[in-house]
Ligand binder design. Structure first.
Ligand SMILES: [Zn+2]
Ligand SMILES: [Zn+2]
Length: 330
C-alpha cells in the first residue's frame, strides 16, 4: 500500500508509492557517455574577454585562477544605487529587480564538480563563502542562494562547469518554509529538528549513504523525488559562510562522494544541487537553523498532479534509494 508522509520541517506532504515503479532502473537515463561541448565556443575559456568580467574573486591568485567569481552576463537581478522597496500597482505588489547574479566558474572545461580535485572543490565552496561574507555587508541583500546545474535537463545552458550565486532582496519561499519549520520545532522541543533527524538516521542507518567526521549524506525519509540526497554538516551551524575550512573539507568530501555514487549507480543523470542556509540578516534569530546541501537528480518530470497540488508522488522508497547508492543491490 502507498502512504502519505509529512515533512516535519516544511509541513509539506508527499505520496510514497513504490509499487508504481516496476524496476528502479526503468526510471534512469539510458547509459551513454556525457560529451563536453567544444572548448572553442566556450565563453569561460577567456574570463576577461567576450564580454565577461570583471573578475570579482579568484582562487588562488589572479594569474592562474582555478576558481573565479564573475557577474552573470545575463543577470536575473542587477544592483542599482538604491535598495528595492515594494510598491503597489492596482491590486499587485512589486519591487525593482535589485540583487546580484554571479557565476562561480571552475577552471577545467571537461570536469564536473564530482570529479574536481578535492582542493578545487573546496575552493568552489570557499569562494562562495567569501562572497556571502561580502554580501552580508550589502544592505540590499537579504539572502544568498547558491546552486549547481549539471546537464541540459537540469537547466545548464553552458557545458562548462559552474555554480550560480544569487543575492536576493527577499527570503525565497522554500527557505522561508524551512526556517519557519525549524523555528516551530525548536520552540516546541528546544532541539534542532535537523540534529534530531540526523541522530535518528544515524541510529537507523538504513538511509545513510556516505559519512565522515564532519558530514553525513542520506536519502531523506520524506524524499520528494526518487534518489533525492541531502548532505548535512555533523556540527549544528546555521550559516554556511561561518563553517571552518577544516569542516568544509569533510563536507565537500561527502558531497563529491555522493555525486560520484549518483553518477555511477544511476547512469550519470543530470542533476541540481543547492545550499540551504540561514539569511544574512537578523542572524541572532536564526540559531535554530541547520544549513545543508540538497541534491536532486533529474529522473522524473513533474506532471499535472505535482504541479497542481505541490504534492510529489515518489515511486522510489528512500531506504531502497540509499541501498542502491551505497552500491548494494536494488
Ligand atoms: Zn569551457
Ligand atoms: Zn542542528
Amino acid at each position: 500500500m502507498s502512504e502519505l508522509r509529512q515533512d516535519i520541517v516544511s509541513g509539506d506532504w508527499i505520496i510514497m508509492a513504490p509499487e508504481r515503479a516496476k524496476r528502479p532502473h526503468d526510471l534512469l537515463p539510458k547509459k551513454k557517455p556525457r560529451k563536453p561541448s567544444p572548448v572553442s565556443t566556450c565563453p569561460f575559456e577567456d574570463l576577461t574577454g567576450s564580454g565577461n568580467g570583471p573578475i570579482l574573486l579568484t582562487r588562488p591568485n589572479e594569474r592562474a585562477w582555478k576558481v573565479a567569481v564573475i557577474p552573470n552576463k545575463y543577470p536575473a537581478l542587477t544592483h542599482g544605487s538604491i535598495c528595492a522597496t515594494p510598491f503597489r500597482s492596482g491590486p499587485y505588489v512589486l519591487e525593482g529587480g535589485i540583487g546580484v547574479h554571479d557565476l562561480i566558474v571552475m577552471r577545467d572545461h571537461a570536469k564536473g564538480f564530482a570529479h574536481l580535485p578535492p582542493s578545487q572543490a573546496l575552493d568552489v565552496l570557499g569562494i562562495a563563502q567569501e562572497r556571502y561574507r561580502q554580501l552580508a555587508k550589502d544592505s540590499c541583500i537579504v539572502y544568498v542562494s547558491t546552486f549547481y546545474n549539471w546537464g541540459v535537463t537540469a537547466g545548464a545552458s553552458l557545458y562548462h562547469p559552474h555554480c550560480q550565486l544569487l543575492g536576493l532582496p527577499i527570503i525565497p519561499p522554500d527557505v522561508a518554509h524551512s526556517l519557519n519549520g525549524s523555528h516551530r520545532y525548536y520552540a516546541a522541543h528546544r532541539r534542532c529538528v535537523h540534529c534530531e533527524m540526523l541522530a535518528f538516521e544515524k541510529r537507523a542507518r538504513t538511509r545513510i549513504i556516505v559519512q565522515n567526521r564532519h558530514a553525513v549524506s542520506l536519502a531523506p525519509f520524506v524524499s520528494r523525488d526518487p534518489f533525492e540526497v541531502r548532505v548535512f554538516p555533523q556540527t549544528h551551524r546555521p550559516f554556511f559562510e561561518q563553517t571552518s575550512e577544516r569542516e568544509l573539507v569533510g563536507i565537500v568530501a561527502v558531497l563529491q562522494k555522493s555525486l560520484q555514487r549518483i553518477e555511477r549507480y544511476l547512469h550519470d543523470p543530470d542533476l541540481n544541487f543547492f545550499i540551504h542556509t540561514a539569511p544574512l540578516k537578523r542572524q541572532a534569530h536564526q540559531r535554530h537553523y541547520h544549513w545543508h546541501i540538497e541534491i536532486l537528480p533529474k529522473v522524473t518530470i513533474p506532471a499535472g498532479f505535482e504541479l497542481g497540488t505541490g504534492v510529489e508522488i515518489n515511486v522510489i522508497d528512500p531506504d531502497r534509494a540509499a541501498r542502491i547508492l551505497r552500491g548494494g543491490t536494488a
